[in-house]
Design a protein around this ligand. Structure first.
Ligand SMILES: C[S@@+](CC[C@H](N)C(=O)[O-])C[C@H]1O[C@@H](n2cnc3c(N)ncnc32)[C@H](O)[C@@H]1O
Length: 264
């Protein structure tokens, strides 16, 4: 697959200085939450989350979906910092092996101050997501099955559950373990972003990959822009994307073509 065919924003400069894996395991000495959580997969993401989700804090009626919650540390952070309105609705999905579900719920009672609704779903996300309502979530965090097939399935299913304008976060995009690439998220995130490029805007990529689902009107404008570029092989329209006359002519042509008599 060709790389960088999707327009990506510059990496947020503040984030470049992060050393994600350094803060991996909670150090009891400097982590106030280490008595509740055994591991910290949150702290090194916080600046980016505040930057890209901060405008949602206290907003009523938001719906958040988290795929893969483990002990609940990221869920608790989202509850305390973004989905703070009592009208928030959070759905979590995890296979919850052993006693994990009880531990997750108990941890949230201590670590989170949440007054909204919580829907805990146990099972593989690839089955559970199929039964959730389409276009219904404002933010979705994909952090469950980290294999390439698992991430690809979660991405595609989650995309249909996300509202227009909603935000999709992939964790561990740059995870570098000594594993086959098909056991890591990166190839799937790259494939997903490439295939869905007309429908999304890349907000951030570094250790995490974060995209926004475009509104239908934006998608149509992107497609029109691409069509203009393709049809304008001789450069007659100059910079096609900025040329309102060429847009008008193309729209007119499309309308006439769509109303043509159909004989077959
Ligand atoms: C890295 S942990 C999540 C960490 C959490 N988001 C945090 O930052 O604190 C991954 C979780 O995904 C869950 N998981 C793995 N495969 C899954 C699947 N197919 N469906 C749902 N959950 C899955 C695991 O049980 C585990 O709890």
């Amino acid at each position: 697959m060709k790389k960088f065919l999707v327009a990506r924003p510059p990496v947020l400069s503040r984030v470049e200085k992060y050393k994600p894996l350094k803060a991996f395991f909670a150090n009891p000495a400097d982590d106030p939450l280490s008595r509740i959580f055994s591991v910290d997969w949150v702290t090194y993401n916080v600046d980016v989350w505040v930057e890209l989700l901060g405008h949602l804090k206290d907003k009523p009626n938001l719906r958040y979906l988290e795929i893969g919650v483990y002990e609940g540390r990221s869920t608790a952070w989202m509850m305390n910092n973004i989905f703070t309105s009592p009208t928030s609705h959070i759905t979590v999905v995890d296979i919850f092996p052993g006693e994990a579900e009880e531990r997750f719920v108990a941890n949230l009672k201590i670590a989170a101050d949440y007054k909204g609704e919580l829907n805990v779903l146990k099972g593989p996300s690839q089955s559970i997501l199929k039964n959730l309502p389409e276009n219904s979530f404002d933010v979705i965090y994909v952090d469950g099955d980290h294999t390439a097939p698992g991430v690809l399935a979660d991405a595609v299913l989650a995309w249909s559950l996300l509202k227009e304008g909603g935000i999709l976060i992939f964790d561990d995009y740059e995870m570098r373990l000594d594993l086959d690439e098909l056991d890591l998220p990166k190839v799937s995130v790259d494939a997903f972003v490439y295939i869905y490029q007309d429908q999304l805007e890349v907000l951030h990529y570094f250790y995490q990959y974060i995209v926004r689902k475009k509104h239908q009107s934006e998608i149509e404008a992107t497609r029109l822009d691409k069509t203009l570029r393709l049809t304008d092989k001789n450069g007659l329209f100059g910079s096609a994307s900025n040329n309102s006359l060429s847009r008008f002519v193309l729209r007119l042509g499309e309308r006439i073509w769509s109303k043509r008599p159909k004989f077959f």
